[in-house]
Design a protein around this ligand. Structure first.
Ligand code: S3P
Length: 183
């Protein structure tokens, strides 16, 4: 059987911190009525700690393990369609990247570095950027991760100048085309 014939019709949002995954995820959820799975929130609920606490008390490796575990659990769910909003570092592990593509239509939300810096500097909920040199960290993490986002995504959306409603509308159109031609 063709791999595409068994592809579940989830929409998976990937992209760097501050690229708008959660906001666009909520917008898609409202428009489509699919369940919304926000992986960061799910990890916080399951573990009973904020992400900043997990990083601080247990370290990044433990957080990444939770992330992969969560992805494996989501992949086991069949039937119900989901909008899956991921954490920006989900693409670091190769096994996550291949799982993501099996989950559905993967959309990379891409925002300019300036926008990312402006958005992420407004809150302290992101342990990887809670540093004096946040700007440099964004530059280097982005450079490292871009090839992984590119490799994982079926669609790249340049979000500059668009609001979440416009972004969601564009994603829906492409997803419909993709799903129609995939089955
Ligand atoms: C991370 C991104 C965060 C969260 C964690 C690590 C990353 O999610 O998963 O702080 O490595 O890029 P958002 O992309 O939703 O901010």
């Amino acid at each position: 059987m063709d791999e595409l014939e068994v592809l579940p019709k989830n929409i998976v949002l990937i992209g760097f911190m501050g690229s708008g995954k959660s906001t666009v995820g909520r917008e898609l959820h409202q428009r489509l009525g699919y369940s919304l799975t926000d992986m960061d929130r799910l990890i916080e609920e399951t573990v009973g700690k904020k992400i900043t606490e997990i990083f601080k008390e247990e370290g990044e490796k433990v957080f990444r393990d939770f992330e992969t575990l969560q992805l494996v659990e989501i992949a086991k769910q069949t039937g119900k369609r989901h909008i899956i909003s991921t954490g920006g570092g989900i693409v670091i592990r190769p096994e996550n990247r291949s799982l993501l593509r099996k989950l559905g239509y993967v959309v990379w939300l891409h925002a300019p570095e300036d926008v990312i810096f402006e958005r992420t500097s407004k809150n302290k909920e992101r342990p990887l950027l809670n540093h004096q040199d946040a700007r440099e960290r964004i530059t280097s993490l982005l450079a490292e991760r871009k090839p992984w986002y590119r490799e994982t995504a079926h669609l790249k959306v340049d979000t500059a100048g668009l609001d979440s409603s416009e972004i969601a509308a564009g994603i829906l159109e492409s997803a419909r085309y993709y799903f129609t031609n995939a089955v």
